[in-house]
Write a protein that binds this ligand. Structure first.
Ligand SMILES: *Cc1c(COP(=O)(O)O)cnc(C)c1O
Length: 377
């Protein structure tokens, strides 16, 4: 699946740390998603990896885009994406940014509060808006609860207020949290939306779309399933149970599931040593860490699979740490990772499925360690 990446690493031996992204794999991921869910329009969540080659590749195969800021919108436009294919999905926006987006031709906006209705109605009368509701995030390795989304009971009054203010209330959205392992969470969101569709219809407002957000899982060391086919089957059943034969327009906003499996991160071992306090333990220090792109190792939430060169026959447990002098820059301590017994400084360690939420999380050279370089193959 990632032969191209392995070949590139072998032939070019690029300076570490770096991420190598296989653009063909991204196209494959997008295509398999549209095959599994032909009833949905895919809006790629730009925040997962906003690199220009990824945006243009996805644009060329007909993908749409979920952007959260003006720079993300500008990046999509620069990649040739038509403005009608971009949704401004952040529910919290500056008025000036709404005006800029409107001037660029963006016509679809998320909101979840009255304050945002007022800003949108002033800056772009007649815009299509959808209201984000909060849903349970249990089962997500990287939950996104609380910060966004109104209580489901608030959605109908908010959508009516939007209509009164001169906006077009187009529908509803929710987000089940990232790396969601329980398809049931989408079912709950969908049935909430269906109830709200009926409530609004009774008030004379016909909603047209449901946006199921992102959260579609990929395979990591600590998560093997469910596979995407299972997730989309469950979602399709839930849609028909909730809406009958006549489905509304369905949008999905996958980020991770489009790009994660298309990337590998190569790092180098800086030091292997034993620490004797708190029980003898082997520590492996890499040239990449929490502040160089591996933000999702916080709380050891996302546990990447590691590859080691050669054919080691004996493995020993180790703590895996990053290069900075910050003591939180430890990737895995409780997750019991094993490394080859002979692993030593200068050896390479490769992290699988690192195309999402890595390069974009790399801070600007924290502690003097440069952010991740990205190569596209
Ligand atoms: C982050 C985000 C996504 C993408 O989530 P994934 O788990 O990467 O699929 C989609 N929609 C919104 C609104 C987001 O904030």
């Amino acid at each position: 699946m990632t032969v191209k990446i392995d070949n590139y690493l072998e032939q070019n031996n690029p300076a570490t740390p770096c991420v190598v992204v296989d653009l063909e794999q991204i196209v494959q991921n997008f295509r398999s998603m549209t095959e599994l869910a032909p009833w949905a329009e895919v809006f790629y969540a730009v925040k997962a990896n906003p690199a220009m080659p990824i945006l243009s590749t996805l644009n060329n195969v007909g993908c749409s885009f979920d952007a959260a800021s003006i720079p993300e919108i500008e990046a999509c436009l620069a990649a040739g994406v038509p403005a009608q294919q971009i949704s401004y999905g952040n529910t919290v926006k500056k008025s000036a940014d709404i005006a800029t987006a409107a001037a660029r031709g963006i016509g679809l906006f998320a909101f979840d509060s009255l304050g945002e209705v007022e800003k949108l109605a002033t800056a772009i009368p007649g815009a299509k808006v959808f209201c984000r509701i909060v849903v349970a995030n249990d089962g997500a390795r990287w939950p996104l609860t609380r910060k966004f989304g109104c209580a489901p009971d608030e959605a109908a009054p908010l959508l009516l207020a939007a209509a009164q203010a001169g906006l077009v209330p187009a529908g509803l959205s929710f987000h089940v949290g990232s790396q969601q392992t329980e398809p049931e969470r989408w079912r709950e969101g969908i049935s909430r939306c269906a109830v709200l569709f009926e409530q609004l219809a009774a008030e004379g407002v016909a909603l047209e779309l449901v946006n199921l957000g992102g959260g579609f899982p990929v395979s990591y060391r600590n998560d093997d399933g469910p596979d995407l086919g299972e997730v989309f089957d469950a979602i399709k059943r839930a849609l028909h149970e909730a809406f009958g034969d006549d489905l509304p327009r369905v949008l999905i906003e996958p980020g991770r599931a489009v790009v994660a499996t298309a990337g590998k991160l190569r790092s180098e071992v800086i030091l292997v040593t034993e620490r004797i306090y708190g029980g003898r333990q082997r520590w492996v220090y890499l040239d990449v860490g929490r502040y160089g792109g591996l933000a999702e190792t916080e709380g050891e939430a996302i546990q990447y699979q590691l590859e080691f060169s050669g054919l080691p026959d004996k493995f020993v447990s180790a703590v895996i740490a990053g290069p900075t002098c910050d003591s939180h820059d430890v990737l895995y301590e409780d997750a019991s990772y094993d490394v080859p017994a002979g692993l030593k400084a200068g050896d390479q360690v490769t992290f699988r499925n690192t195309g999402a939420y890595t390069s974009t999380y790399a801070s600007i050279g924290f502690n003097g360690f440069a952010p991740l370089t990205e190569h596209f193959v």
